[in-house]
Design a binder for this molecule. Structure first.
Ligand SMILES: C[S@@+](CC[C@H](N)C(=O)[O-])C[C@H]1O[C@@H](n2cnc3c(N)ncnc32)[C@H](O)[C@@H]1O
Length: 299
């Protein structure tokens, strides 16, 4: 069972919003049109894209940031500092609460890494598509390629640690989807989902981000912090390694996402006092590809 308490991640989402400001600004500049009057960021997290949209939109227009978690929305409210309207609503409740929150047909709806948390992703996409003005765009930032920052052989543990972290995260993701109440499988890709929602001129553009080694101190710290968060999420929830939650008659409901060996290696890599601390390496890099799937409402 994997349940996410979004409130616990609110601070982290705010940090990401600040760290991704350049990426958001570049993407927003490429998406916004001069004629746009209303733009929306759904599942806005710390409000990074909402803030970028507000900067890219023509003056006198509206940006609405929507999230289902009040603590997360509070972070977005602070981060966007009055530039956007922040509204509490869930994609799991159908189109009407979202329509009420936006209060006008939307020219652009952005949803990054949020639709994959909706119990019924196709229903969420259908709801978002129904909120578009004629010719409006729904942009889903989902999937892409696994990011790469580490050399294959770190000189500690078995080589390929970053690949195994991706695999563990993928298993965690499958369990997260299974644990959502009322979960519905979506056994097809994002572009098909946009087409099924009645959108046209559907396509994908992917954005590559690259910084070669050695990274500057700030970026290096961000990379290490991201690994910390990813490993944290995959750690056993309670007790000593290998114990976890007792449940029912001695049944242990405990999922080992990462092997004990890899977890021990991560602990060393993430220990600032340790000899293998990632933050001191000169060979960390950033290579990531994020995909944006876009569909247009018929005119
Ligand atoms: C992985 S975070 C992504 C945040 C941000 N869009 C980004 O790309 O950094 C997912 C966000 O979706 C929100 N969320 C999860 N389920 C939701 C739902 N059913 N309706 C609206 N927002 C939801 C969470 O509270 C969280 O802020």
């Amino acid at each position: 069972m994997v349940e996410i308490e979004w409130g616990e991640w609110a601070g982290h989402l705010r940090e990401s919003a600040a760290n991704e400001a350049d990426w958001n600004a570049a993407v927003a500049a490429g998406l916004v049109r001069d004629s746009d009057m209303v733009a929306v960021d759904v599942g806005c997290g710390g409000g990074g894209m909402a803030k970028a949209l507000a900067a890219a939109m023509p003056s006198g227009t509206t940006v609405v940031a929507i999230d289902a978690d009040p603590d997360v929305l509070e972070q977005a409210r602070e981060h966007t500092a009055g530039a956007v309207r922040c509204e509490l609503a869930s994609m799991d409740d159908g189109a009407e609460p979202l329509r009420k929150a936006i209060d006008a047909p939307a020219d652009l709806i952005w949803a990054s890494a949020s639709v994959h948390h909706a119990a019924d992703q196709q229903a969420a996409i259908d709801a978002l598509a129904s909120l578009l003005a004629p010719g409006g765009r729904l942009a889903l930032a989902e999937s892409g390629l696994p990011a790469r920052s580490l050399p294959w052989d770190l000189g500690i543990g078995e080589p390929g640690l970053e690949l195994r972290l991706d695999l563990a995260q993928d298993k965690w993701f499958a369990a997260m989807r299974d644990s959502l109440p009322g979960t519905v499988p979506m056994p097809y890709g994002w572009t098909d989902a946009l087409t099924r929602a009645g959108l046209v001129e559907v396509g994908t553009r992917s954005v590559l981000t690259e910084s070669s080694a050695p990274l500057g101190a700030e970026q290096q710290e961000r990379v290490v912090t991201q690994f910390q968060h990813r490993v944290e999420r995959l750690k056993p929830e309670t007790g000593e390694h290998g114990q976890g939650h007792g449940h029912g008659h001695g049944h242990i409901e405990y999922q080992e996402w990462l092997s004990a060996e890899d977890l021990a290696v991560w602990e060393q890599l993430l220990d600032p006092e340790g000899e293998h601390y990632l933050g001191r390496r000169t060979d960390l890099a950033v290579l990531s590809v994020r995909s944006i799937h876009i569909g247009h409402a018929p005119r």
